[in-house]
Design a protein around this ligand. Structure first.
Ligand SMILES: [Mg+2]
Length: 251
């Protein structure tokens, strides 16, 4: 079997750093997330439908792409519920999991996600890991930039805690009161921490909200990774190029 040569080269002459999203780009945790979101929303929507004597419509993968993926947890909930014409009070991050607030639902989703990691473990995309080693060996800095507050847990479970020069996750964003993706602030802060100019940095994202953030931040190149059959939407929302897998890239 011949190994196809990479189509896109991220040269040191053009770029100082590459900023990677985590879920769906480095780790195959999108499945864990989708399972957790589906469990949460279907359970909630069923209860609501029964209460109101209305029909139940399940949560789908397309709706995850459109309203939830890449965004901070509570914002994803608010955005999806809004699409169903449901508005809940935000509540408080300490809300119990059975509280009917955005935070209550978010906290329950987080439990479902962590259970899924414990049960199923975390898989990585080997081509992504190989690319990151390749980039760093060629003097290009690498960061992981995620809305997830479970970043450390996921990196640890995948045994790649030492893979990145900078880690910027949902906890860092909350601490600095930064607005999450699709706003560019978390990517810009990660670039600042790496000490690089965004124009000489690359963003790699699988979510629509993520490529929007890369584009809005004025990054030198935005790469969309199409894991969900949304190549066109990624291109329309800010990806300069779309790949199916990071094996198509090299340093
Ligand atoms: Mg992602």
């Amino acid at each position: 079997m011949t190994v196809p040569s990479p189509k896109h080269v991220l040269g040191r002459d053009k770029y100082d750093a590459v900023l990677f999203d985590l879920d769906g780009v480095v780790t195959a945790t999108n499945n864990n997330h989708f399972a957790a979101w589906k469990q949460l929303f279907d359970q909630y929507l069923k209860g609501r439908a029964t209460r109101e004597g209305a029909p139940f419509h399940e949560f789908t993968e397309d709706q995850m792409s459109e309203f939830v993926d890449g965004k901070p947890r509570y914002e994803g909930i608010r955005s999806f519920l809004e699409s169903r014409g449901i508005e809940l009070p935000f509540g408080d991050i300490s809300d119990a999991e059975d509280t009917e607030t955005v935070c209550g639902l978010g906290n329950l989703k987080n439990r479902f996600f962590n259970l899924s990691i414990q049960t199923d473990g975390v898989e990585v995309f080997e081509n992504s890991i190989n690319l990151i080693h390749d980039l760093r060996e060629n003097g290009i800095l690498c960061a992981v930039v995620t809305s997830s507050k479970n970043c450390q847990t996921v990196l640890h479970a995948a045994e790649i805690s030492d893979l990145f020069d900078v880690r910027f996750d949902g906890n860092d964003a909350a601490e600095l009161k930064l607005t999450g993706k699709p706003h560019p602030d978390t990517y810009l802060m990660a670039a600042e921490r790496l000490g690089v100019d965004p124009a000489r940095a690359v963003v790699v994202e699988d979510a629509i909200s993520g490529v929007q953030a890369g584009r809005a931040g004025g990054f030198g190149l935005v790469i969309g990774v199409d894991r969900a059959g949304i190549a066109e939407a990624l291109a329309q929302n800010g990806a300069d190029i779309v790949v199916a897998d990071l094996g198509e890239l090299s340093a």
